[in-house]
Design a protein around this ligand. Structure first.
Ligand code: HEM
Ligand code: HEM
Length: 186
């Protein structure tokens, strides 16, 4: 039988609701990044619908990240194992913090981009969000560049993050990935 590593023995798992939020948001974020990059390819007849869906789902992400941050205050993340080096611990915390920041900035920049272009932002046709500032066509290109570059930063960081999780699982063979999976067994 495989001998458990120190990490496997000491690691606590994430709360079930934290796991649900993590995977739901991971799917939404990855789908939205791909969707955003493909928006220009959508046939003209479907473009209005596609933009509306992209914008509404972006706002949904903003709401979910607020729930997630509040929930994290109630149920903090389980401690990292003692045998992780300080560099790995700080690196992981820094990456998670940056992911949270980008998950907020991404929808906010989209909302701002729509605002400066004078376009309304609806939430699945249920209600209209207030503008995030003034209409100002001078900022149209700039706001789009901000939205795009935050998107590229997210793609890079998510790749690093998922790669690190797989490295822990398959190379280091510790419980880092498993403690975020639905069925955790030490
Ligand atoms: C986490 C949420 C979001 C993600 C991951 C995301 C991602 C992206 C990406 C990757 C692009 C392509 C950029 C490019 O081709 O240069 C894009 C375009 C766009 N996004 Fe988002 N977005 C999000 C939220 C929003 C929100 C909330 C809005 C507006 C309320 C929005 C409005 C737009 C618009 C209008 C475009 C098209 C820009 C253009 O081609 O002129 N996005 N998005
Ligand atoms: C696609 C594959 C993904 C895998 C395999 C994965 C895996 C993991 C794992 C194993 C953890 C726990 C790390 C630990 O125990 O310290 C974690 C945490 C986290 N992940 Fe992911 N993840 C993925 C995608 C994403 C995406 C797309 C995002 C957001 C854009 C994201 C954001 C986060 C955040 C913010 C945390 C920290 C949670 C907290 O401590 O509050 N993940 N992820």
């Amino acid at each position: 039988m495989k001998q458990p590593t120190t990490s496997t023995l000491t690691l606590e798992q994430y709360h079930a609701f934290s796991k649900l939020l993590h995977w739901l948001m991971a799917i939404l974020m990855i789908a939205m990044l791909a969707f955003g990059l493909l928006l220009g390819e959508v046939p003209q007849a479907w473009r209005g619908f596609a933009y509306g869906l992209h914008k509404s789902t972006g706002i949904l992400i903003l709401m979910l990240v607020a729930v997630r941050i509040l929930w994290r205050l109630v149920k903090p993340a389980p401690a990292m194992p003692a045998d992780f080096s300080t560099l790995v611990k700080y690196g992981a915390h820094g990456a998670h913090l940056t992911l949270y920041a980008l998950m907020i900035l991404m929808p906010l920049s989209g909302w701002w981009m729509s605002t400066v272009a004078g376009r309304s932002v609806e939430f699945y046709g249920l209600f209209t969000l207030p503008p995030l500032g003034d209409v100002d066509p001078e900022y149209k290109d700039y706001s789009k560049a901000v939205h795009t570059w935050i998107g590229y930063a997210l793609i890079a960081l998510i790749s690093l993050h998922a790669g690190a999780a797989l490295w822990h699982h398959f190379i280091r063979k510790d419980a880092t990935l498993r403690r975020m999976l639905p069925h955790f067994n030490k």
